[in-house]
Design a protein around this ligand. Structure first.
Ligand code: CA
Length: 475
């Protein structure tokens, strides 16, 4: 009997301890691909209703000046997956689709967010587009993710055996059943599974199932849901297309249907969190991996208004993206945060929220924990400056306060005051030479901490305006 009571007492004490300590949050990282800055409701878009993304934004903070660290897919992902400017480890191009390309991917020396949260005791899952290398040693299961469902390449057809439009050269397209990358098997961990139905819908279903499965375990979890929509090929479900019959342009109509399908999938994931009783204790990030490609390679009829430029540019349209952070118990809802933040901040923010330790093996991060800033505890700007280098130094940009300095290819450096000129139309480099010189010097100093690309260009990975040989040039 005494034994029974002591067990009961211990159980009650254990329960009290559990209740006293706030549970560590789950982390949900939602990434979409090539979404226009203005193409969701919470950013001001009007022709594509996105009620679920809007309710996600309303439940947290919309970062109006939220950036990614590169204006195309894979280097941008290498950045947020490590919390480091990816040029520090030579990641400046999209990797080849080639399972023998042992250097075309996220270097094995880098610690991923999956590794860090897994070390902190989290269950970790990745769903959707990987695009951090197709060699087996880059597989998500080997890069910190317990569970994976998705595809290893940079894109995928949305329907099995469908005809897609593929890029076959500068500005040239052809109808095809798809190249090897876009028709690669869907993988559950390493086992191929048949394609069934529309892919965005399927990825959403997989995420809902993962949330349900993870919620039944005592562990906190990290789920990375990486939609390839609305990246090309432009393909959508007939019922979604029918909703946008009023959009005359076929490409914009299909794009709208794809964005709406992402929105529907996000809604189902949020509903699954509610049903599991875990919405309040889940830290959610939502970003696009780069700006919308409006006219260049893989153009998808996206709109980045009022920003200048697009995917592949260091103008705002290439690097400033829809960016939401929500955590109902910790971050005030319904606010817009206007200090510049960057996707590199996701790693340290998630790690700090998880109570994870920055162990000695973790290289210096470029991101910062955003929580003190988003809660208003720290009124300062999270970053004195943000930096971009593109195409092995063919282009650079710096953001410092409201100033934006950039140099692209053979053009003279440019300077804009984003507080007066969000569209980067009035170059102030000549009238404010002291500011231009300061930011050029800052770019040069930052560049000294980077290395030359460790893997190079490929027909689908290089940048559109490329003019010269790869080099680690100075800004
Ligand atoms: Ca992309």
């Amino acid at each position: 009997m005494r034994c029974f009571y002591s067990i009961l007492l211990m159980a009650l004490l254990g329960l009290a301890a559990t209740r006293a300590a706030e549970p560590r949050p789950n982390v949900l990282l939602l990434v979409v691909d090539d979404l226009g800055y203005n193409d969701v409701g919470f950013q001001g878009g009007r022709d594509i209703p996105t009620p679920h993304l809007d309710r996600l934004a309303a439940s947290g903070v919309r970062c109006s000046d939220g950036y990614v660290s590169y204006p195309v897919c894979s280097p941008s992902r290498a950045g947020f997956m490590t919390g480091r400017y990816q040029q520090r480890f030579g990641y400046e191009y999209n990797p080849k689709w080639d399972a023998t390309a042992a250097t075309h991917g996220l270097p094995l020396s880098e610690v991923t967010l999956g590794d860090a949260l897994r070390s902190a005791g989290y269950r970790t899952g990745a769903i959707g587009k990987w695009h951090l290398g197709s060699h087996p040693h880059f597989h998500p299961n080997r890069r910190g993710f317990d569970d994976f469902f998705g595809f290893l390449g940079g894109g995928h057809r949305y329907f099995p055996n469908s005809i897609v439009e593929v890029e076959v050269g500068a500005g040239k397209k052809a109808a095809s059943t798809g190249d090897a990358e876009h028709t690669s098997p869907l993988l559950r961990n390493s086992a191929a599974e048949p394609e069934v139905g529309e892919l965005t819908t399927r990825l959403g279903e997989e995420a809902v199932a993962a949330v349900g499965r993870y919620a039944r375990t005592p562990q906190p979890w990290f789920l990375y849901v990486s939609f390839n929509a609305p990246h090309t090929p432009l393909q959508a479900r007939a019922d979604q297309l029918a909703r946008f019959a009023a959009i005359a342009d076929e490409r914009r109509r299909t794009y709208a249907a794809m964005v709406a399908t992402v929105d529907e999938a996000v809604g189902r994931i949020l509903d699954a969190l509610d049903a599991a009783g875990q919405r309040e204790r889940t830290l959610i990030f939502f970003i696009s991996d780069n700006g919308g490609p409006m006219t260049k390679r893989n153009a998808n009829a996206s709109v980045n208004n009022p920003l200048r430029g697009q995917k592949g540019d260091v103008f705002e349209g290439g690097i400033r993206v829809p960016f939401v952070v929500a955590w109902p118990t910790r971050i005030p809802a319904g606010r817009t945060y206007s200090q510049p933040v960057i996707s590199l901040d996701i790693f340290p923010t998630a790690l700090a929220a998880a109570g994870g330790k920055r162990d000695a093996g973790l290289a210096a991060l470029d991101g910062v924990d955003l929580l003190p800033f988003l809660t208003g505890k720290n009124p300062a700007a999270p970053h004195p400056r943000l930096y971009w280098r593109m195409d092995a130094g063919e282009a650079f940009a710096v953001r410092e306060g409201n100033w934006k300095w950039l140099r692209t290819y053979q053009n003279a450096p440019q300077l804009y005051d984003l507080s007066q000129d969000l569209g980067e139309t009035r170059d102030l480099a000549a009238s404010r030479p002291e500011v231009a010189a300061r930011l050029a010097a800052a770019a040069a100093e930052w560049n000294r901490g980077l290395i030359a690309p460790t893997f190079g260009n490929n027909p689908f990975g290089g940048l559109i305006n490329r003019t010269g040989p790869e080099k680690n040039s100075q800004p």
